[in-house]
Every structure is written in structure tokens, then in C-alpha cells.
Write a protein that binds this ligand. Sequence first.
Ligand SMILES: Nc1ncnc2c1ncn2[C@@H]1O[C@H](COP(=O)(O)OP(=O)(O)OP(=O)(O)O)[C@@H](O)[C@H]1O
Length: 277
Amino acid sequence: MDLSVDGVSVTRGGRRILDEVSLSTRAGECTALVGPNGSGKSSLLRTVYRAYRPDAGTVLVGGRDVWKMTAAEAARNTGVLAQEQHSGFEFTVFETVCLGRSPHLGTFDRFRSVDRRVVEEALEQTGLVDLAHRRVGQLSGGERQRVLLARALAQEPRLLVLDEPTNHLDIRHQLELMELVRGLGVTTVAALHSLDLAATYADSVVVLQEGRVVATGAAESTITPEVLRTVFGVDGRIDTDADTGRALLNTRPLCVCPTRSCHWSCKPSDASRVSQM
Ligand SMILES: Nc1ncnc2c1ncn2[C@@H]1O[C@H](COP(=O)(O)OP(=O)(O)OP(=O)(O)O)[C@@H](O)[C@H]1O
């Protein structure tokens, strides 16, 4: 199911936090939203899963305006792993993942065998089978993050919206989560702080800065030395590992030393380039 965000602006607290943002993803593709803290990644995702209503612009999922759907209809399409989901700690992992089936069940519908099968598969995919009967409140941050992903998968979404899904995850689980998401073939939009995960796993990257899109396209044309410097405030580049083809982010703090004798052994040309910015 494709996603199209067209000219979306959002104002909160008297400030424009998204300014005419547009992006489009093709069905089955993974799009990474990257940008420094406060650049608008979560706010943009919130417009997609109907938590922030835009002042202007449209969000179309499968060609339909999400704000013209009912909440239940939108939930049947879109699975969400949001930040700050701190409730429901008294439920077990199994019960929490079962909640992902709610959009597919009427108020008085019983849980069917198909629902149980989908929940079990989501637990399996996220490596949670052994934790199924533990209370969510007793889990580590990383285990809890996987529970939230499992709940989103149990929705059988046609669009997956992930806000910093690798938060709290150790390196193995970060890679497994990204592999899993890629392998699902479900259209995915994910806010990621890790630029190398974005470069390795996303079909396209959208770079946000102060609520605006400043670059969009393949990782090599968006996460450039220029973007790293001007948007993220670091010197660096993305290299490709010759053996694995994986992206390797090579960065260092931006050189600002007027003396040209800093810890990072800046060449005079580096210092003069920085002073011209
Ligand atoms: N409900 C709100 N009221 C006021 N300001 C808000 C609201 N929601 C977001 N903002 C502001 O909008 C800006 C973008 O926030 P957002 O959470 O979208 O950034 P982000 O790129 O996801 O940041 P981070 O990487 O730190 O998670 C921030 O300055 C934030 O304070």
C-alpha cells in the first residue's frame, strides 16, 4: 500500500513544526526519516497515523485521505510502533500482542483461531515466544520494544509506521529488527537516528531539518558529506563495506578550531572550509 504525504504543515504551541512536507513511498518499500533532534520526524509520523491533524496538505494511504477514514479503518491499514508507549505494563506479552488484533474484531467478536495464529506468528518473528507469559512491566526496554513491534505486526498492517524502532535494542536485535521489517514486504516509514541502518536498509531516505525536507532519494544522494555537515553538524561520509555491501558511517565532530591544531588533526583546508560556513 503506497503512502503519499503532500504539502503537510503542522502548527503546535504556536510554532510551525512541519512546513510543507511532501514524500511518497511505493508499495512494499522502506523509507527512512532521518534528521537531528527536533527536526520533525515523530511529528511527521504522527500525521500519518492520525495523531496530528495537519493545518494544510494531505496524507494519502493507498490513495485515500487518512483524515477521511474512520479511526478503525485507519487502524486496520496502519500498524504503529510509537515512542513513549508507557501504558499496559500489567498485561502479559501475549495479551499485549493480542491487542494488535482489535481493529480486525467487532466489539462482540470472539478471538478466532486465525487471530491466535497471527499473534503466535508475530511472537515468533520477534523472538518473544519464551517471554509470552511475562508481564510487560517486568521486561527490559529492548524486550518491550520488540513487544510493541509484535503488536503492530499482529495488526497485519499494510503500512508500518515505526518511530525509532531500534531504540533500546542491542546491536544484534537492531539488525534482526531491520532484517525482519525488510523481509515483510510491507510499506514502511521509519524514523531512525542510525544513519548507517537507514543507508543499509531503506530504499529511500528523507532528511528533515527544522520541519522541512532538505533531501530525499537514495542514501548515497541524501546522506552526503554536505548534509552531514550542514544538517547534522558533523564531518563525515558514508562508505560501503567492500565485503558485505553494508553502509559504514564514518564521522567526527565538526572542526571549529581557529588554531588549526585540534585533537582531530585538522588539515588547514578543513579549518578554512569550516570558517567559511
Ligand atoms: N504537541 C507539541 N506541542 C509543542 N511542540 C511540539 C509538539 N510536538 C512536537 N513539538 C515540537 O516540534 C519539534 C519537532 O519535534 P519531533 O518530536 O517531531 O522531532 P524529532 O525529529 O522526532 O526529534 P527527536 O529526534 O528528538 O525524537 C520539536 O521542537 C518539538 O518540541
